[in-house]
Design a protein around this ligand. Structure first.
Ligand SMILES: CC(C)(COP(=O)(O)OP(=O)(O)OC[C@H]1O[C@@H](n2cnc3c(N)ncnc32)[C@H](O)[C@@H]1OP(=O)(O)O)[C@@H](O)C(=O)NCCC(=O)NCCS
Length: 412
């Protein structure tokens, strides 16, 4: 039997929204199908596949296209972005008389690239397309001066782990936890012993730069994250009777006379970027969920932990820049999460999510449902070149993890 060989070429090129949207959405749809009989999570990028990188200082989206003699078909895509982040810290004497000043830790920055949204159509896997997409993206990273590249993947995604570690030279680096809490039909009670103050973006920036700039992955352009319209606010929690919105003196004076404990976090409105939907749930499960919801709505004083509506498209809020100081910081974080829950409820979101380092001491204050959360999100990293601006840190890929990590909401 003679099999006529069709001549096809695989071309990797930049995504063009005018011609490629439906092809890309098609690949996304085919990649989301979970194993039969199981639940799968469908992501709707609301007609804008670049949305997951668009808010970064530099970004790129590539597609892989099969070109045959008669037809063309998009079969894969990848997104990448670059920004400057903290990769470590060093001690610096920053006074007029350098020999007398007490050395302070200051951040060491590096240019970091991030890979996300890599997808290859199930019908075209194991043909080297994923590898080609990664290599071309890394080429763009190098041309734009990135010193490291990283990505996050599920701990059990063997295809992705093999592709990045075996074929592309990435190493397993950090394993933060994604903590997800449902938004109930009732409001969560926030402790009356806590005052929550919404900070203006310039005060929020001052606090973050003064206290959290040495946290690993802290973005040097934190101001553009805080001023982005997707940031709904930065909230500071203090013990009642210390500070209030009326007596707020500004971050500089606050830090010169802080209360014994305080905590803060910022809220990112991911609902305007993408929606999620749980598919494949049986009618019984859907009915049970709906019943808890109806009861919670009818009897809010019972504070039932009702299951939110996740079987049709729903939005989420992402909590970032979580930090605090003092013996009561965990309690203050809990109050902030309650406040964030109520904000998400007002704005029609179904879940609130955040991502924190494994060693994060404040995670005890973050309410979450284990079944919705991911204990270990695997981050892999690679050094892209030989010249580094991080001489005092050495090779970041070999450094031990810190207690905290800054998870940038632009990359969720
Ligand atoms: C991960 C994914 C992008 C790989 O795409 P692909 O085009 O099939 O990958 P390639 O053909 O370039 O494979 C390169 C290497 O990756 C590894 N790999 C790819 N698929 C694999 C699998 N199913 N099992 C084990 N290793 C696999 C192998 O080392 C492979 O090299 P080999 O074929 O010489 O053994 C694809 O499986 C996919 O779209 N998965 C769903 C979405 C996803 O998980 N994205 C990654 C999120 S970070």
């Amino acid at each position: 039997m003679v099999v006529e060989e069709k001549k096809v070429a695989i071309v990797v090129r930049k995504y063009d929204p005018k011609t490629d949207l439906s092809g890309v959405e098609d690949v996304e749809r085919r990649c989301e199908v979970g194993p039969s009989g199981e639940l799968s999570l469908f992501t709707d990028l609301l007609g804008d596949p670049i949305c997951r990188v668009r808010n970064s200082p530099a970004y790129l989206m590539l597609i892989a296209e099969i070109i045959g003699s008669e037809e063309k078909e998009i079969v894969g895509m990848i997104r990448g972005c670059i920004k400057t982040v903290t990769c470590g810290k060093k001690l610096s004497r920053n006074g007029k008389n350098n020999s007398e000043a007490i050395p302070k830790p200051v951040p060491v920055y590096t240019k970091l690239a991030y890979i996300l949204g890599l997808r290859v159509s199930p019908s075209h896997r194991r043909m080297g397309i994923g590898l080609k997409l990664v290599r071309e993206t890394e080429e763009w990273f190098r041309e734009n001066g990135a010193e490291y590249s990283y990505l996050a993947t599920d701990n059990d995604n063997q295809a992705s782990i093999n592709l990045f570690t075996d074929k592309c030279g990435y190493a397993k680096f950090r394993t933060p936890s994604i903590l997800v809490n449902p938004v109930f039909a009732h409001r969560v009670r926030v402790s009356s012993r806590v005052t929550i103050i919404k900070l203006p973006p310039c005060d929020a920036e001052f606090l973050y730069r003064k206290r959290f700039a040495t946290t690993e992955f802290f973005p040097r352009d934190i101001d553009s994250v805080l001023n982005n319209k997707l940031t709904l606010g930065t909230f500071l929690a203090v013990p009642r009777g210390t500070y209030s919105a009326e007596s707020w003196p500004g971050s500089s004076r606050f830090l010169s006379s802080p209360p014994d404990s305080w905590a803060l976090l910022s809220v990112w409105n991911a609902k305007d970027v993408f929606t999620l939907e749980v598919r494949g749930a049986s009618r019984v499960k859907r009915t049970l969920a709906r019943t808890t919801r109806v009861l919670d709505r009818a009897l809010p004083w019972l504070r039932l932990p009702s299951v939110p509506e996740v079987f049709k498209p729903f939005g989420l809020h992402f909590l970032y820049g979580l930090g605090g100081e003092g013996p009561r910081a965990v309690k203050l974080v809990k109050a902030l999460c309650g406040h964030a829950h109520n904000l998400a409820k007002e704005r029609g979101c179904s879940v609130v999510a955040t991502e924190v380092s494994n060693g994060e001491p404040l995670r005890l204050g973050i309410p979450h449902w284990k079944r919705l959360s991911c204990a270990e999100d695997l981050w892999c990293i690679k050094r892209l070149g030989e010249d580094y601006s991080d001489g005092s840190v050495g090779d970041w890929t070999k450094s031990p993890p810190g207690l905290s990590i800054f998870v940038d909401p632009r990359e969720i």
